[in-house]
Design a protein around this ligand. Structure first.
Ligand code: FAD
Length: 285
């Protein structure tokens, strides 16, 4: 009751939506249907991921341009530095600035097999971007620690470096333990990290994929979540969507009550669950 009461009192909630560049005609249709459905909710921005190779970079840019042109929503391309020279990164950044992009999600990218020490970390990329232009910069944060980091404190200090280099927002890896996010937010505040910490919410539509992905990213999948999906047929998508929405809504309610004002949704290019959660948060077309 208290949760629902505080939900009805919510004001000034902001959201952002993350998409990835589609690589088949069917996925392309799904993406644009989702963009069309979510744009009227007036997100703070829509971000588009970037995979490590130049073909993907072009696709990120063209999706970003089309979202801007067709919806007027602010866009934020993701950019990784693991696979490009400083000169290339500066050219890309200047191109983005010249085409009206003002926010970039700045990342290192995953280490390719066989590489153990990259030439650049995300904090270096933030520095480089700020040299090119005065971008708004979002960076990644890990409430449950990035898999490569030796310990929590090392990883926290890395976030601090990224913010001191000029990032004004940190989007978290997805998580299911809201108290882990809240503890992490406290630790960020205690470490003097001034940027807004934005929870990354993953509305689960595919339990098997989730478990695989969580294993790769050091995200804890709690026992209650495993139990929730036990015994469901793989093709019972409607029920799985209801469960996914329910899990995300419970988390979002707790976080909103704890003062979170901005939620970032990993949409995986689908709109149904994110739309329903935003509706619950009071966002209307
Ligand atoms: P960094 O902040 O550089 O940190 C990486 C690791 O290096 C951490 O363990 C950190 O503690 C450590 N570290 C930092 N500095 C040093 C140092 N000087 N010496 C030693 N260790 C150091 N990937 C993509 O390829 N494309 C995307 O579009 C994309 N989008 C993402 C969006 C979000 C919101 C998130 C959370 C992740 C995203 N990723 C994406 C994944 C991301 O690229 C990986 O998690 C990657 O492994 C780390 O990126 P980072 O920016 O956090 O790196």
């Amino acid at each position: 009751d208290a949760l629902n009461q505080s939900l009805s009192e919510l004001r000034d909630i902001e959201v952002s939506f993350e998409f990835f560049p589609p690589n088949t005609p069917t996925m392309e249709q799904t993406l644009w249907k989702s963009v069309e459905r979510l744009a009227p909710l007036k997100p703070k921005y829509m971000s588009v991921t970037y995979g490590a190779n130049s073909g993907e970079r072009d696709r990120t840019h063209s999706v970003v341009k089309r979202i801007q042109a067709e919806t007027g929503v602010t866009t934020a391309p993701h950019l990784t530095c693991i696979d490009a020279s400083q000169e290339e990164l500066k050219t890309i950044a200047q191109d983005y600035w010249d085409s009206g992009v003002r926010r970039i999600v700045a990342l290192r990218g995953d280490l390719p097999e066989g590489m153990d020490k990259p030439a650049m970390y995300a904090s270096d990329l933030v520095n480089l971007l700020k040299e090119v232009a005065d971008f708004d910069i979002s960076v990644a944060a890990y409430p449950e620690k990035h898999p490569d980091a030796p310990n929590d404190q090392f990883d926290l200090l890395n976030l601090k470096r990224k913010v001191e280099a000029g990032a004004n927002e940190a989007i978290t890896q997805f998580f299911f333990d809201s108290s882990a996010f809240l503890r992490y937010r406290d630790r960020c505040a205690a470490a003097g990290i001034g940027a807004e910490l934005v929870p990354g919410i993953l509305p689960v539509t595919n339990y098997q994929t989730l478990v695989r992905f969580a294993g790769m990213t050091n995200v804890h999948v709690p026992g209650w979540l495993h139990k929730m999906y036990q015994g469901l047929d793989a093709d019972d998508q409607a029920t799985r969507n209801l469960l996914g929405a329910n899990i995300a809504m419970d988390m979002v309610k707790v976080l909103a009550k704890e003062g979170v004002k901005h939620f970032h949704f990993y949409t995986l290019n689908r709109s149904e669950l994110s739309f329903a959660i935003c509706h619950m948060l009071g966002l209307r077309r």
